[in-house]
Design a protein around this ligand. Structure first.
Ligand code: AQP
Length: 329
């Protein structure tokens, strides 16, 4: 059976962007693939983060994985830090990626320009190396991600080619990024030219946010001049973003969403309908989350998941160690 792997960083409260671009799609993969979903807690350290905040976010993230439909009997759900092979493979792979290619990564450029230039952590720069280790340890055939992470999976493909060619063996499987057709990049509601992001609270909708507040944010979302509900990213980024959110949550194409709103010429009415779909989706998730977070399920799932993940990861690591010549492995 082919394998699928993906993860999310517990750097903040999960957003509707994380849901539409990633989480919503994860359960589909457990039906067709041997599915691995992890919490990227080591990646969360690449920018300063409060330890208690990180701990709470980690627990919430696992509860949200379950609330959004991941079934621990079909998906191995685990913490990156529970499987030490991620760090061990990372330290080998860092020798096969080049500083030039890492410095061209858009995420590094975007995140580092917001920092004091004398205090950019090595971990932020080397983020894609650890991401390669995450993917390759499980020999994932597919990696479901939002648009922003596609470049890192492409870099991983270069690494696989480089590594397998150098040792003249198919050590690693070539991973394929899978980006959703609708909603691969949900934008901020306050500035629709910027990505909706956990670390930028203003224009975000959070999965665990109060429903009234979500409604208010959607009703106040930045829109554009005119009154037509048309998808036009250049000239109508605000309306296009809301249309994208609607289409994704209704599981229809953007064209079908446009058709649905063709007789609607009031942004207020349009926003009300978008808000109702968002609230319907999020309230169902919150109900399930509330049951899970007050039980022991998160700890049980993580304990089991770590064992299953380690069993796979340790075989790959040994194989790589042997290949590169680490004595006695
Ligand atoms: N706005 C978005 N639209 C669609 N997909 C998105 N993803 C994130 N934001 C959007 C997808 O969610 C998955 C998990 O992302 P991550 O937490 O590992 O890192 P990220 O992409 O950097 O997410 P954030 O929310 O922007 O976090 P911060 O602010 O901490 O950096 C990925 O598949 C991502 O594509």
């Amino acid at each position: 059976m082919k394998r699928s792997l993906s993860g999310i960083k517990p750097t903040g409260k999960l957003t509707l962007g994380n849901y539409i671009g990633a989480l919503k799609n994860f359960p589909k993969f457990q039906e067709e693939y041997e599915n691995f979903i992890f919490v990227a807690d080591l990646h969360a350290l690449t920018l300063p983060i409060d330890p208690d905040y990180l701990k709470n976010n980690t627990r919430d993230l696992v509860a949200l994985y379950l609330a959004c439909g991941l079934d621990p009997n079909k998906t191995t759900i685990f913490l990156q830090s529970d499987v030490s092979e991620h760090s061990e493979l990372n330290s080998i792979l860092q020798n096969y990626l080049y500083m030039g290619e890492l410095s061209r990564m858009t995420q590094f450029k975007d995140k580092s320009k917001k920092l004091n230039q004398n205090a950019i952590g090595l971990g932020l720069f080397a983020y894609p190396v650890l991401m390669c280790a995450d993917i390759l340890l499980y020999n994932a055939d597919v990696v479901p991600v939002g648009e922003d992470q596609k470049q890192h999976v492409e870099l991983c493909r270069n690494l696989v080619h480089r590594f397998n060619t150098r040792y003249n063996k198919e050590i690693f499987v070539m991973p394929e990024p899978i980006v959703p057709q609708v909603g691969a990049r949900i934008m901020s509601l306050s500035d629709p030219t910027k990505k909706m992001s956990k670390s930028d609270e203003k224009g975000d909708i959070f999965l665990l946010e109060n429903l009234k507040s979500i409604e208010k944010k959607i009703m106040r979302a930045t829109t554009d001049l005119g009154s037509d509900i048309k998808y036009d990213k250049e000239n109508k980024p605000g309306i296009s973003n809301l249309l994208m959110i609607y289409a994704s949550l209704k599981d229809i194409s953007v064209e079908e969403a446009e058709e649905h709103f063709k007789d609607c010429h009031r942004y207020g009415d349009f926003k009300k309908e978008v808000a109702s779909v968002v609230i319907d989706t999020i309230s169902k998730i919150q109900n399930k989350y509330n049951g899970i977070i007050s039980s022991n399920l998160v700890d049980e799932v993580l304990k089991e998941g770590a064992k299953k993940a380690k069993a796979v990861a340790s075989i790959t690591l040994k194989n790589v160690q042997k290949t590169v010549g680490i004595y006695g492995k």
